[in-house]
Ligand binder design. Sequence first.
Ligand SMILES: Nc1ncnc2c1ncn2[C@@H]1O[C@H](COP(=O)(O)OP(=O)(O)OP(=O)(O)O)[C@@H](O)[C@H]1O
Ligand SMILES: [Mg+2]
Length: 480
Amino acid sequence: MVPFSQYLTEALGDPEEIVYTTRVGKSSTVASRAVQKGNKNASIFVVVLADTTLQHQVAAEAPNIIGAKSGRKAVVAAIVPHEARDVDAWTVYEPAGGTIADRLRENHDQVERVEVVPTADTDADTEVELEFDPPPVVVLPADHERLVVDERIRRMLRLAIASSRAVMLIGPPGTGKTTLLLEAFQDAQEDPGAYGLAAAPKGTPLVVTPEEGWTSRELVGGETVDDQGHLRFKPGYVLDAVRDKTWLILDEANRADMDRIFGGLLTFLSGRAVTLGRAAGTSDAATIRLEPSDEADNEVVNPEGLVDGAGGEIVYRAGRDWKLLGTYNALDAHRVFRFGQALGRRFARVPVPAIDTGQFHEALAPRLDQLTEGQPNVNVDRVQEVVEGLYAAHLGLLQPVVGPALFLAVPGYVSSGLALGGDVDLEQLLLEGYLLGAGPLLAQLEPKTLDTFKARVVTAEQLIGEGQWEFLESLLSTLT
Ligand SMILES: Nc1ncnc2c1ncn2[C@@H]1O[C@H](COP(=O)(O)OP(=O)(O)OP(=O)(O)O)[C@@H](O)[C@H]1O
Ligand SMILES: [Mg+2]
């Protein structure tokens, strides 16, 4: 990326003015970036937008960001798509009488267009006061109920993060792998030392789900052809995450052929530097290198080399605190690429098994509370008996093992059903809620296994009535 802070400070000709630059992609909002730590003293707030569609957000937020109380004079926006070389058009949002746009026009000949959008002439009374204490980073909802997980599994995850650059959680579907990683991230923010980190991890992790068609270009970066037909290097998720100093999470890594797309990352994960390509198709273009560093923090050397066409070296240094995390589900019926040994052993692999029935009881309790809160007349004991009984029957009798997620969702389904009012049968709702999650799994069972299962849940334990079971069986062929 263009080093905007420096670029702009020079263009403005006043080093006293502190420029804070942030890049805003699709999912982020301008407002939250504006109050992030680190820009308290900046009088000029610069947003670099990934595409034009984000500009209306800037226009809407600018009046809130500028003003006497915030100490900001202007918001400057530029649109820089990933492959762009230069920025030639900036938009300046400033109150009438502001000087930023004028000074940019005078002092910087590279900028072809400077457009001014006057913001209302705000006085201190009408200002929206900016909240400078950054809100805690939320990756899980505020009312998140912590997973019920063996303490030993949590410890393995924590120490794996402390001792390895790359960590993969492996287990059946619905055991809480993705959620567990997010919990670990939040824990690490509160107590970085416990995770072997020098400082709390920044921002929110970049979570991506690799797809079958991926190559190392998507994951790490690689050559691509720009609008003008020139070869250019486009950084992938790993380089973006190193640049932004955020952890990278490869969620459901089994969906892509990791052995194929890891490419140079294998070398990097072995602790050595790897050269990934050149910034452009010319032989004197800068080379791009990714290397582990002994510092805690990440650093990108000469990032402007990616866009300005100058030679030299662009170096992405991933500090000790930078982590590559992932989840891997070996059972996802249609989408499993196995990890080869070479790649596998470069990850610390943390097993996340399905919890036992005692732990399930504990995990279900808050969901039952929620159900009775909304539906005080519900026969919650029956809901508990059925859901716990079905989980235990799955654990005891069926392969493949699945985690608790689909069972824990049943009370929510029941709650929605009862909320409809009228004469709704609880037994029907329970069966439907269960079928939604477990149907495809039951549909794949051998007839003999299904009979054994029926003998337990219908005949012996009466968790499902005969009539409900018939309804379920009649639908299974639809689900295969
Ligand atoms: N051990 C647990 N304790 C409490 N809740 C759990 C547990 N495991 C799963 N859940 C519930 O199931 C939800 C889904 O879990 P999550 O998506 O993290 O599982 P996963 O292992 O990543 O699944 P998949 O392999 O299908 O991606 C969680 O948000 C949580 O509500
Ligand atoms: Mg998951």
